[in-house]
Every structure is written in structure tokens, then in C-alpha cells.
Design a protein around this ligand. Structure first.
Ligand code: IMP
Ligand code: MG
Length: 179
């Protein structure tokens, strides 16, 4: 068992998501928004945000992965599953779980822009700016966090812990077999 300590409580997350939704409701009043979630991590955040939107909302998902099996980023990202609908002429909000190095979004944003959305905004639940390698234009971050590996609320550690209702820090136990 990994020891997980709470970094951000469920209550704090949901209070913050309400604030982020309030801002979208104000900024996009009289318009429609099209949310794009990057699977799988952003799903919990996207759902909680979408439930709090009062402007007409549609949503779509895509799945991306870094090329190669290594842990080092190799400069390329692969679209594993693309969007199911065109984003042309839409007010798109790209909803991310966490921005770490920025490599994924530095690759993805120009691709989405080239598809002709009316507008494109990036928001993220978590932001680890200390780790940034590529600059990305984040309109709003839920929480700026220190450089630690976090899980929960959609984020995984070896595909585990996505379902935790809070954000926690995994303390990897030394000399213990994981699993
Ligand atoms: P980036 O391209 O380095 O910004 O990384 C983006 C992706 O790496 C995120 O969407 C997450 O899937 C994953 N990631 C980065 N940091 C963490 C973390 O602390 N916990 C879980 N996943 C993370
Ligand atoms: Mg992600």
C-alpha cells in the first residue's frame, strides 16, 4: 500500500471549481461553450465544472500519449483518440487536469487552433509551474502546487488512485513492493 497524504481536500477542490465555473458563466454569457477534456485525467474536473455551468454547454474528449515507452519526453505527442466533432466556429475551453512540463499542450494547442475555433481558452485544475519546460498560455489554474507527484481527482499513479475524491501526495514506501 502506498501512503497518500491529503494535499487538497474535496471540499476545497469543489469550492474552487465553483469559482472557476462562475467565471466561465460570466465570461461566456450569451454564448455557448464547448468543453474539451483530455482523457483520462481531466474527466473528474470536467464533470464537476460542467455541472456548475449555466451557459449552454457541449463537450468532447480526446486522448493523447507521449511517443516512446521511456519516462523522458521525446518531443512528440500522439493523438490516440481524436475529437468526435468539429470545433470550427466554437468557443472552445480545453480542460486539463494538470500542467507539468507543458510539453503535451505545447504540441496540442497549435493543432486545435489550426482547426478554426472561434476562441480557445485553456484551464487546468492543477499547475506545477516549477516543472515547466514549454510556456503555455493558461487562462486559469485551480491550484498552483509544489513540485510533488500527486494523485486523485482523475490523476493516477500507475493507473491507480484516479477515483480518490481529493488530491493527495504519494509517499513511495522504500524497500516495499508496490502492488
Ligand atoms: P506535461 O506534458 O508534462 O505538462 O504533462 C501532462 C500530463 O502528465 C498530465 O496531463 C498528467 O497526465 C501527467 N502528470 C504530470 N504530473 C503529474 C502528477 O503529479 N500526477 C499525475 N499525473 C501527472
Ligand atoms: Mg493529462
Amino acid at each position: 500500500m502506498d501512503k497518500i497524504s491529503v494535499l487538497i481536500s474535496q471540499e476545497a477542490i469543489e469550492t474552487r471549481i465553483q469559482e472557476m465555473a462562475d467565471r466561465i458563466n460570466r465570461d461566456y454569457a450569451g454564448q455557448k461553450v464547448h468543453l474539451i477534456g483530455i482523457l483520462k485525467g481531466s474527466v473528474f474536473f470536467l464533470c464537476e465544472l460542467a455541472k456548475r455551468l449555466t451557459v449552454p454547454t457541449t463537450m468532447d474528449f480526446m486522448s493523447v500519449s507521449s511517443y516512446g515507452a521511456g519516462t523522458e519526453f521525446q518531443g512528440r505527442v500522439k493523438i490516440v483518440m481524436d475529437l468526435s466533432e468539429s470545433i470550427e466556429g466554437k468557443h472552445v475551453i480545453l480542460v486539463e487536469d494538470i500542467i507539468d512540463s507543458g510539453n503535451t499542450l505545447a504540441y496540442l494547442l497549435p493543432i486545435l487552433k489550426s482547426r478554426g475555433p472561434e476562441s480557445l481558452r485553456l484551464i487546468t485544475l492543477l499547475d506545477k509551474p516549477e516543472r515547466r519546460e514549454k510556456e503555455v498560455p493558461v487562462e486559469e489554474s485551480g491550484f498552483v502546487i509544489p513540485n510533488a507527484y500527486v494523485v486523485g481527482y482523475g490523476l493516477d499513479y500507475g493507473q491507480k488512485y484516479r477515483n480518490l475524491p481529493y488530491i493527495g501526495i504519494v509517499e513511495v514506501q522504500k524497500g516495499e513492493n508496490n502492488g
